[in-house]
Design a protein around this ligand. Sequence first.
Ligand code: PGA
Length: 344
Amino acid sequence: MRLWVARILEVEPMTGFPVAYPSSSEGLMATPAYMSASAKPACIQSGPACTQFSGLRRSGFEQCMRVSSSFADLQQFVTARSSRGVVTMAGTGKFFVGGNWKCNGTKDSIAKLVGDLNGAKLEDDVEIIVAPPFVYISQVKDTLTAPIQISAQNSWSGKGGAFTGEISAEQLKDTGCEWVILGHSERRHVIGETNEFIGKKAAYALSQNLKVIACVGEKLEEREAGKTFNVCFEQLKAFADAVPSWDNIVIAYEPVWAIGTGKVATPLQAQEVHAVIRGWMGKNVSSEAAKAVRIIYGGSVNGANCEELAKKEDIDGFLVGGASLKGPEFATICNSVTAKKAVV
Ligand code: PGA
C-alpha cells in the first residue's frame, strides 16, 4: 500500500516556503533539495563535468530507462543518471528559450521591444521564440529580424468556425506562428482549462503543424502536500493520451508558485522535477522521446538567476514571462546557453 504522509520539516531558504515531502518508502523527495552537496543523497548529486556540448543527453540513459513501475523506480533513474556523460541530443538539440509576453504591450512598446531584440547579440546555439498577444503577432512578424520564431499563447481545440473570441491553429499558421504555448498555469487556473481540453488543443495544433510548448506544474499547496510529481504526471498524461508524437513538443515545467512571484525554484528543485519528468517520459512514452524532449523551466527566471539554472543537466532552457518584456535582459537569458556549455 502506498502511504503518503506530508511532513513539513524545514523552510527553504530561497523561496521561504516550507519543505514538505512524503515519508513513504516510495517517495522521491526524501531530502530537501537545497541541502549541501555532502549531505545530498545520490539522487540529487550532479554528474561529472563533461567537456563537449552537443546537446543535453547523457550516455547512461539507455541503462537508466530500465526503470519503471513506481516512484522508487524513478528515484533509481535519477540516481543512476548521476554518472552519465554527454551524447548528441536527438532533434535540434538546442537550448530553448521562450518569451511569453502574456497580455502586455502596445504597438509602441512592442516596436521598442522588437527593436531591442533586433539589436541584441544572440548566441547561435539557442532556439528562441517570443509569444506576443494575438493582436500584435503580425506587427512582430513584420518587424522582427533577429533569429527568433513566433509563438501564440493559446489556440482553439479544433477547426475554426463559430467560436467567438477564439483563434484557430490554421489562423496562427497563416500569420506566421510556428509555436503555441498550451496548458499555461494562467489558462489552467485563471481561465479554468482542464487537462483533457488542453490535450485536445495540443493534438489539434500539432495536426496543423504548429509546435507545442506544453506547460505543467504544481500549485504551492500541492507542493506542500507532497503532490508535485503526481500533478505533473497527470498533466503530462493528458498530453500523452491526446498527441500522436512528442517530436514537436517542448515541455515547460513551471511551478505555479514561482510564476510572476519573484520566487524562483532553486536550481536543485527544478532539476529534480525535470529529471523525474524525463523518467516519466521514458516509462510512459518511450526512451527515445525521453532522450529527445527538451524540458524547459519557467517561473521568475531573470538575468541574474538564469545561469545557475541553465547549468543543471535536465534544464534545457527557459520559458520567461516578466523578464522577456525587457529586450537586453531576455537576450542575457537566451545567452545563458554559454553557462550550460561551460559545465557539460
Ligand atoms: P514569469 O512567468 O517569468 O513572469 O514568472 C513565466 C511564465 O508564466 O511563463
